[in-house]
Design a protein around this ligand. Structure first.
Ligand code: EPZ
Length: 417
């Protein structure tokens, strides 16, 4: 099993270019099946999750052409088929095939897991949306069978502004008769990215990015074209790295507004940075102040940036707390940081971090999840000595070319067998 070997301590300088957003791309690819013949997506990141999705597209008899980061998908011969568990269990976002195949064929068969390291991650809100549109959902063990005679547009209120449920209901409602109104919808940029793709296919959608989204369904959709937004969580991760150990580190190709909450918190803890169009330039924050961090739905502080930010708070002079409001437990990596000298303590959804603790390298830390893995990479890059991380596929699935990008700015990081 390959490992990441990281030698900490080098100041990082130069430019890191941000890739297309994983959490947009994993919704856009399934959404392409709504088109009757073909569609195109630009700036698709080369990450493992995309490879899995392309395998599922093939099983559904679609073909595609990849040209650098552009993918043209041909859905002329699209054929409905059960989504195999060995593929759908690789990534939670395979649930977007539910909304698409329900929309297109009124029948879906997909098995897929519930929780992971950050929580139970139910999909009750997705199911509630499909049923509201007229579908019946049967669950046998972890296999879902969804059927509908027809889908009728309706008003759906989400008890929680779920990103996945908002997108999945949007996908299914494109082929529901009449108008669907999603209330308390998620406002993450990924929602806007998917909505703009559906609009390019000919679907009338208004309100994406606000809490109320209106979809006029029933029209045949085709010839979608969109680009994947820059990955706001990748951008946040590398900006935080700059505050930890950057020297005029340029993070380029980002949308600043998408990471406002993170930038505000960085200022709160004493970091300073320059904002240019599409770029942040940041250097190491010499005096990190403690803070109270609370994760919220967008545009609040993103839960996916909480784990990388924890590493910065280990370097604060004083005690900080993090309140995680989106998942029931997202502190596994914070507890692993203790092996490197951090002083963290978690109690339900509250993490306490006592700084300042110089970090030292540690051997064979097992990466628990994607963003926890990113946090461990950041910790290793500032730690004294060498760190090795195992189970690194969890990092590679969400951070395109992470080893190359970090090596290019002076990090000593390599994949070893
Ligand atoms: C998306 O997950 C992202 N994943 C997550 O990023 C991100 O953390 C999350 O949104 C919140 O921003 C993708 O986009 C592929 P939710 P999603 O539905 O859609 C509960 C990463 O690291 N919930 O907004 O699954 C759920 O249990 C990943 O890139 C229900 O209770 O998130 C969780 O506590 C991690 N019932 C909360 O809502 C439901 O039907 C947030 O879920 C759906 C969700």
């Amino acid at each position: 099993m390959s490992k990441l070997k990281i030698e900490g301590g080098n100041l990082l300088t130069g430019t890191i270019n941000i890739s297309g957003a994983k959490n947009s791309a994993v919704a856009l690819l399934p959404a392409s099946l709504l088109c009757f013949t073909k569609s195109k997506i630009y700036k698709v990141p080369k990450i493992r999750d995309i490879e899995y999705l392309l395998k599922i597209l093939k099983i559904l008899n679609c073909t595609y052409e990849i040209n650098n980061d552009e993918i043209e998908i041909n859905t002329k011969n699209l054929k409905n088929a059960p989504i195999p568990e060995e593929l759908s269990e690789q990534m939670r976002a395979s649930y977007y095939f539910m909304g698409t195949l329900l929309g297109r064929f009124k029948h879906v068969e997909i098995s897929f897991p519930g929780g992971c390291n950050i929580g139970a991650r139910p999909i009750d809100l997705h199911i509630k949306g499909f049923e509201a549109l007229g579908a019946t959902v049967t669950k046998i063990k972890n296999k879902y069978i969804i059927d509908a005679k027809e889908l009728i547009g309706t008003r759906i209120y989400l008890d929680f502004a779920s990103v996945g449920a908002t997108i999945n209901i949007m996908l299914a409602s494109t082929y529901a008769k009449g108008e669907t109104i999603i209330e308390n919808a998620a406002r993450e940029p990924e929602i806007v990215n998917v909505a703009s793709y559906l609009i390019s296919m000919g679907c009338k959608i208004t309100g994406a990015g606000t809490s109320t989204i209106i979809i006029e369904g029933g029209k045949k959709l085709d010839n979608g074209v969109t680009e994947v937004f820059p990955d706001r969580i990748e951008a946040a991760t590398y900006v935080i790295l700059g505050a930890l150990i950057g020297k005029d580190l340029h993070i380029k190709g980002l949308i600043k507004d998408h990471i406002n909450a993170v930038l505000i918190k960085l200022k709160d803890v004493g970091a300073s940075f320059t904002v240019n169009p599409g770029e942040i330039i940041i250097s190491k924050c010499e005096e990190v102040l403690p803070t109270k961090l609370v994760t919220q739905v967008y545009p609040g502080f993103p839960t996916d940036a909480q784990q990388p930010f924890t590493v910065l708070l280990t370097q604060a002079n004083g005690t900080s707390t993090i309140t995680e409001n989106i998942y029931e437990s997202r502190f596994v990596s914070a507890n692993l940081l203790k092996q490197m000298g951090a002083k963290t303590k978690s109690q339900k959804n509250i993490l306490t971090i006592k700084g300042k603790t110089p970090l030292k390298g540690a051997k064979n830390i097992e990466v628990p999840d994607l963003r926890g893995g990113a946090a461990l990479v950041l910790a290793a890059l500032i730690a004294k000595g060498t760190t090795t991380l195992t189970n690194i596929s969890l990092i590679l699935r969400g951070y395109e070319d992470i080893v190359e990008k970090l090596t290019n700015v002076g990090a000593k990081i390599e994949i070893i067998e």
